[in-house]
Design a protein. Structure first.
Lengths: 519, 174
C-alpha cells in the first residue's frame, strides 16, 4: 500500500524496504511534509546536492518515514538563489540538517518571511569561508581551502547567578570530541547547547571519489560502533540500485552480525552506566563479557567489531557447524551472566537512586523532536525498523520490541537489558535455522543516475544510506544518516533541571555518535 | 551486596598474566612495567585525544581497561587533563575542526612528553586521507613517537605501542 500525500504522485523504488520518490515543487515540499507529519510521519534525513553538471542547479531531498514506508521528496533548486522552504517548524530535527546542507552545498532554508531560521554554521567551523561550499562539484576533494571565521554565537542565558560552563571539544574521558555549553545556577542546568561538527572529515565528498563497490568500506567507517548497520544499509542501497538481492543464508548472517553488534554495544554501555552511577563493579563485569563477545567475533568472523563483513551482494564470512555450536554455547552463558547482573543492577539502591527520574525525556518531547531508536523506545515510542516495516530476514525472525514509558536513565537501562536478551534469542533462532545458500551474489550493473535507499535498525537507532550512482559504476552522491542527528537535541532537553554531575550519566544513557553526525 | 561479592568470587581474576598472553605481548607488558617503574615511578598518565576518528579506535582504547588487559594494573592510567599527562594517545585522521584543539592539548602536556598515534587513520590518514576537511595523519599536526596501525588496532597492539613509546624515551635519555 502506497502512502498518500495529497497532490503528490509517488513512484515506487525497488529494494528491500518499501520506498517511494517524488519530484516536488516548493509548495508541495511543504505540503507533503505537513501531510506526512499530520498522519504520524517523521523526517528521517535531509540532504542537498550539486546538479549543475546534470539536471542543472542544485537539489534538496527530504526522506520521510510514514506508516507505509519511506518517501523521498526531491526539490530542484535554481543555480541563482538556491533557497527552499524551511521545514524546522514541521520537523524540529530538520534544523541542524538544514544548516549542514548550507555549509556543504550552499542551499539555504528560508521561512515565509524570507529569513534563515538559524544562519549559524554547523559543520563549518573555521576550516573554510562561509561562501565556500565543499560539496559543490567545482571544489575538489583535496582543495586546500582558506580558513574562515570561526566565531559562534551561543545562546546566552541571563539572570541572577547564572553562569556558563564550557566543556570540550576535548573531553575528560575516552570520548569523541564535541562542545557542550551549560548555563547553570548553582548545580542545576538551566540550558545545554551543543556544538558539534568537530569530527567533520569530508566523508560525503570522499564517497564521490570512489566506485560503488569501494564505498562499502567507507560506509562501514562512518560510525565505527555501528559498522554492521552502516555496511548493511549501504549494501541495501546498492542492491536496490543494481536490482540484486542477497541469498537467504547471507541475509541470516547479516542479521546475526547486526544482533551481535547490538549486544556488544549494550554490554559496553551497561558497564559504563554502572560506572558513571558509582558502581565500578558493573564496568568490570560488563567489559569482561563484552571482551568475550569480541574475541568470539574475531575467532568466528575474523574481526572484533565485524568491519567489512557485510558487503554489497551478501557477506564476507560464514559460520560452520562447529562455530554455530560455539556461538550458541557462548550465548547461553552470556544470557545467564546477564540475568545475574541485571538482578544486581535492579537491586542496587545506590545505582537506582542515580538513574530513576534522572535525565527524563517525556514521550511528548521525544515525539516533537522526532527521536528514534532505543531512546525513543525508552520514552514510549516502540518503533523498530526490524519489526516495522521489517526487512529481510526479520520477517522470518520477528523481534519483540522493547519499550518503556518513563524516559529516564533507568528506562534506557531497562530497554538495553531487554534488547540484549532479545538479540540473544534472535541469535539462537538464526543459528538454528541458518539456511543453505550463497554467501555473496554478483551485483548487476548500476545505471548512471540510479538511486537507492538502505534502512537498517542499528543498536542506537535507524541508519539510512541514500545512494546516487554516477557514470561508470562510481558514486555520484552518498548521504549516510545517523540516528544521532535526531537524538542529540533530545539530550539538550533531557538534561534540563538536572544537576551538572548527572550529565555524564545522562549522556552515556543515550550514547550518541559524534562521528556519525559530523561526517 | 552479597550478590556482588559472590559474582566477584565466581568470576575470579581475569587479568591475563604472562603465561597466558602471546610472546610479543608478554615481553611488551613486562618491559613496560620495568621501564615505567624506572622512568615514571609506576605512574604513566595518558591523555586520550580523538582528533576525528570513526570511534572504532575508542572502543579498543576502552577495552584496555577491561579485566583482561587491565592496563591500570600495570600502573598506566588515563587522566582527565593534558596537564596531568605524560603521553598523548591520539586517534583519527586530524580533522581541520580538531586541529587547533589537538595542538593546544599537545602544548598543555608538560615536558617530557610522548605521543602515540593509534589506528590506520592516525598513521597515514586511513580511508579518509587528506582532504579539504582532514589533515590526515597525526604527525602532520604534532610530533609522533610511535604509530600503531590497525582498523582498529586490537588492545594488545595499542599496549605494545605505549610500551614502545616509553622504551624509546628511555633509550633517548640514556
Amino acid at each position: 500500500m502506497s502512502p498518500t500525500l495529497p497532490g503528490i504522485p509517488l513512484a515506487p523504488l525497488a529494494g528491500a524496504v518499501p520506498a517511494w520518490r517524488a519530484a516536488v515543487d516548493a509548495r508541495q515540499w511543504r505540503s507533503g511534509c505537513e501531510a506526512a507529519a499530520r498522519s504520524g510521519g517523521r523526517l528521517a534525513a535531509l540532504w542537498a546536492g550539486d546538479e549543475r553538471d546534470a539536471a542543472g542547479g542544485f537539489s534538496v531531498r527530504a526522506l520521510l518515514v510514514t506508516f507505509e514506508g519511506l518517501v523521498c521528496l526531491e526539490l530542484a533548486l535554481p543555480e541563482q538563489d538556491p533557497t527552499y522552504p524551511d521545514l524546522s517548524d514541521v520537523f524540529a530535527c530538520a534544523a541542524r540538517m538544514q544548516r549542514a546542507a548550507f555549509d556543504l552545498v550552499g542551499v539555504r532554508a528560508v521561512t515565509p518571511s524570507g529569513s534563515a531560521p538559524d544562519a549559524r554554521g554547523w559543520l563549518r567551523h573555521g576550516a573554510w569561508r562561509e561562501e565556500v561550499h565543499p560539496l559543490r562539484r567545482d571544489v575538489s576533494l583535496t582543495a586546500d581551502l582558506a580558513a574562515g571565521d570561526a566565531a559562534y554565537d551561543f545562546v546566552q542565558v541571563a539572570g541572577d547567578g547564572v553562569h556558563e560552563v564550557p566543556v570540550g571539544p576535548v573531553h575528560a574521558g575516552i570520548i569523541e570530541p564535541g562542545h557542550f555549553r551549560f548555563s547553570i545556577v548553582g548545580e542545576q542546568v538551566l540550558r545545554l547547547e551543543q556544538r558539534l561538527g568537530y569530527k567533520h572529515k569530508g566523508i560525503e565528498k570522499r564517497f564521490e571519489s570512489m566506485t560503488l563497490e569501494e564505498g562499502a568500506r567507507l560506509a562501514g567507517r562512518v560510525s565505527g560502533d555501528s559498522t554492521v548497520a552502516y555496511a548493511w544499509a549501504y549494501a541495501m542501497a546498492l542492491e536496490s540500485i543494481t536490482g540484486s538481492a542477497p541469498g537467504r543464508r547471507a541475509q541470516f548472517l547479516r542479521a546475526l552480525l547486526l544482533e551481535r553488534e547490538r549486544i556488544a554495544n549494550h554490554l559496553g554501555d551497561l558497564g559504563a552506566l554502572g560506572n558513571d552511577g558509582g558502581l565500578a563493579f558493573g564496568l568490570s563485569q560488563f567489559s569482561r563479557l563484552k571482551e568475550d563477545l569480541l574475541r568470539a567475533n574475531a575467532r568466528v568472523f575474523g574481526h572484533r567489531y565485524l568491519m567489512d563483513r557485510v558487503v554489497p551482494g551478501g557477506v564476507a564470512c560464514d559460520v560452520d557447524a562447529a562455530a554455530a555450536h560455539a556461538l550458541l554455547e557462548e550465548g547461553d552463558l552470556l544470557e545467564a551472566e546477564l540475568r545475574s547482573l541485571r538482578a544486581i543492577y535492579y537491586d542496587h539502591s545506590g545505582l537506582q537512586d542515580r538513574c530513576i527520574t534522572c535525565g527524563r525525556l517525556t514521550p511528548r518531547t521525544a515525539a516533537l523532536l522526532g527521536v528514534v531508536g532505543l531512546a525513543a523506545r525508552a520514552s514510549g515510542h516502540a518503533m523498530d525498523a526490524r519489526a516495522y516495516p521489517g526487512f529481510a530476514p526479520y520477517g522470518e525472525l520477528p523481534p519483540v520490541v522493547a519499550s518503556h514509558r518513563n524516559g529516564d536513565v533507568a528506562a534506557r537501562i531497562v530497554v538495553r537489558f531487554e534488547e540484549a536478551f532479545e538479540s540473544l534469542r534472535l541469535q539462537r533462532l538464526i543459528l538454528e535455522r541458518l539456511p543453505e545458500g550463497e554467501l555473496r551474489t554478483a551485483l548487476g550493473a548500476a545505471a548512471d543516475g540510479a538511486f537507492g535507499i538502505g534502512w537498517v535498525e542499528g543498536w542506537r537507532g535507524e541508519v539510512f544510506v541514500a545512494l546516487h550512482a554516477g557514470a561508470g559504476g562510481r558514486v555520484r552522491r552518498c548521504h549516510p544518516h545517523d540516528p544521532s542527528w535526531q537524538n542529540w537535541p533530545a539530550l539538550e532537553h533531557a538534561v534540563i533541571g538536572n544537576i551538572v554531575p548527572d550529565f555524564p550519566l545522562i549522556n552515556k544513557s543515550f550514547n550518541l555518535s559524534y562521528a556519525g553526525a559530523d561526517l | 551486596m552479597h550478590k556482588i561479592l559472590l559474582k566477584i568470587a565466581q568470576v575470579g581474576l581475569k587479568t591475563e598474566t604472562a603465561p597466558r598472553t602471546d610472546e610479543a605481548l608478554r615481553v611488551g607488558a613486562a618491559r613496560l612495567n620495568e621501564d615505567v617503574l624506572r622512568l615514571l615511578g609506576r605512574a604513566l598518565a595518558i591523555r586520550h585525544v580523538d582528533a576525528g576518528s570513526c570511534n572504532g579506535c575508542e572502543l579498543e582504547i576502552h577495552a584496555l581497561n577491561n579485566p583482561y588487559y587491565n592496563l591500570e594494573g600495570l600502573g598506566i592510567k588515563f587522566v582527565a587533563s593534558p596537564r596531568h599527562a605524560d603521553l598523548l594517545l591520539v586517534t583519527g585522521p586530524v580533522s581541520r575542526n580538531m586541529e587547533e584543539a589537538l595542538r593546544r592539548t599537545y602544548e598543555a602536556v608538560p615536558e617530557p612528553k610522548l605521543v602515540v598515534a593509534a589506528g590506520d587513520c592516525g598513521c597515514d590518514g586511513g580511508i579518509f586521507g587528506e582532504n579539504y576537511a582532514s589533515r590526515g595523519r597525526v604527525a602532520n599536526v604534532i610530533p609522533v613517537d610511535v604509530a600503531v596501525p590497525g582498523c582498529p588496532p586490537p588492545p594488545a597492539a595499542i599496549m605494545q605501542a605505549i610500551v614502545t613509546a616509553v622504551t624509546v624515551a628511555t633509550t633517548a635519555k640514556r
